[in-house]
Design a binder for this molecule. Structure first.
Ligand SMILES: Cc1cc2nc3c(=O)[nH]c(=O)nc-3n(C[C@H](O)[C@H](O)[C@H](O)COP(=O)(O)OP(=O)(O)OC[C@H]3O[C@@H](n4cnc5c(N)ncnc54)[C@H](O)[C@@H]3O)c2cc1C
Length: 400
């Protein structure tokens, strides 16, 4: 069987590793942290995944947490300016703490005979891997570590700086809050919360997204308690209608908070090593979006699905550049829309998008269509990217 190596044990890498393993491929995962270290480490993400992405995991029997994870049943939207609506999702989403998911998946992968090498891979190590394996996939997440190898696509990357100060905290709550993604929009940034299954049970993930330099860019925190106090104040000041979720809550564990900034970037997914060998990027290593639209983990799953299909179809033929570009192209059919959706949400909404959000308050069909974008962002392009189409749709939907 063909030998394939995947660098990185995240949503993209592990899903592909386990999927290919089930098709009899001999897979090696090279990653910097073992299952226990991941499980007991710092929180990684809010990782809300929607039905289309979850379906690929379920098809492969990799949905180990369905009986314990709370469902994400809908999307609730409220702008400080007053627009407010709520819509159920056609099928529920789900958020399983990546510390739990990846440590379980790594353990399962090893139990099924997969090889795990613990190593922090640098660009130079890839040469060695390219000599040993027929295909090298780099699924090492976001950040600059492989930026030279996978060139930035300037045309598809409108930002050169982070557009938000992001921060995340898992809370122990009474569970009385909205059981979906509650999204709040204000002049200084955004906030959302959702239920999730964490390492220690069900939690509520709260997420602030502050415009850099503004009052919601305030997450230079010492610990989870400090974060909690600032979050209480920030909610009271910016999104007071959501402040009650803090009332009977307390922070989860001491490592259940995260702060940072992400520069969105689309890269050339094919990298060429000094030897001339080609390596293929996936997940955040290929396309990193700001988490504002909750698309990264979903896209990592879609990327794994597209690459798996392309690898299976390739049979015994070489994993050449043409194969790599075909795999990425298949992913990009969905990925481009998630990227556009995410990037546009970082900019002040144009009048036709505000009009759509306002109409959603009166017309459930519009609210439903907007909510479904999180599951299927392919509907975004040609609708909310097109002022005329958006205004026409508002008229039609209102008349129905
Ligand atoms: C605060 C926050 C909230 C988010 N919320 C959501 C959300 O609600 N919904 C959603 O869909 N997405 C969300 N995302 C995005 C999502 O978490 C990522 O897009 C997704 O995890 C990307 O998966 P990945 O496998 O590409 O990378 P990662 O999950 O980053 O995995 C990379 C793996 O590679 C390993 N690694 C890294 N470097 C090396 C190296 N040099 N050598 C070996 N191993 C290495 C890491 O340890 C890790 O195992 C959020 C992100 C953040 C930060």
């Amino acid at each position: 069987m063909r030998r394939i190596v995947i660098v990185g044990a995240g949503q993209a890498g592990m899903l592909l590793a386990l999927g290919l393993q089930q098709h009899g491929y001999e897979i090696t995962v090279v990653t910097e942290r073992d299952a226990d270290t991941i499980r007991t480490g710092r929180v990684l993400s809010n990782q809300c995944m929607f039905d289309n992405a979850l379906r690929f995991e379920r098809q492969q029997g990799l949905n180990f947490w369905d009986d314990r994870a709370p469902t994400v049943d809908g999307v609730a939207f409220r702008a400080a300016a007053g627009i407010q609506w709520e819509s159920p999702l056609d099928n529920p989403g789900q958020s399983v703490d990546q510390r739990l998911k990846m440590s379980d998946w790594l353990t399962e992968f090893a139990d099924r005979g997969g090889e795990i090498r613990l190593q922090r891979v640098g660009p130079d190590d890839l040469e060695e891997l390219a000599r040993e394996f027929e295909l090298v996939l780099v699924a090492a997440g976001r950040g600059p570590q492989f930026a030279k190898l996978f060139a930035r696509n300037d045309e598809l990357s409108p930002f050169t700086e982070p557009q938000r100060a992001i921060s995340l905290l898992y809370l122990k709550t009474t569970g009385q809050e909205y059981q979906g993604v509650a999204f709040a929009l204000g002049p200084d940034g955004e906030f959302f919360h959702l239920p999730l299954l964490s390492v220690d049970g069900v939690r509520c993930g709260i997420y602030f997204s502050g415009i850099p330099g503004g009052p919601l860019d305030c997450w230079d925190v010492a610990d989870a308690e400090d974060f909690f106090e600032r979050a209480e104040k920030a909610l009271q000041r910016h999104f007071p209608w959501l402040a009650p979720i803090m009332a009977d809550a307390e922070p989860g564990g001491p490592l259940d908070f995260l702060t940072g900034r992400i520069t969105p970037v689309v890269r050339d997914p094919v990298g060429t090593l000094d030897s001339g060998a080609k390596v293929l990027a996936m997940g955040d290593t290929a396309v990193t979006n700001d988490p504002i639209a909750g698309q990264g983990a979903n896209m990592a799953a879609h990327c794994a699905a597209a690459y798996q299909k392309t690898i299976l179809e390739q049979g015994d033929k070489p994993f050449d550049e043409q194969f790599m570009r075909l795999g990425f192209q298949r992913f990009w059919e969905t990925g481009q829309h998630a990227t556009r959706f995410s990037n546009d949400l970082l900019r002040p909404p144009p009048a036709h998008v505000l009009a759509t959000l306002a109409t959603a308050q009166q017309v459930p069909e519009v609210a439903h269509r907007f909510a479904q974008l999180f599951n299927d962002p392919t509907d975004y392009t040609g609708w909310l990217t097109d002022e005329q189409a958006a205004m026409h749709y508002i008229q039609e939907a209102t008349a129905r």
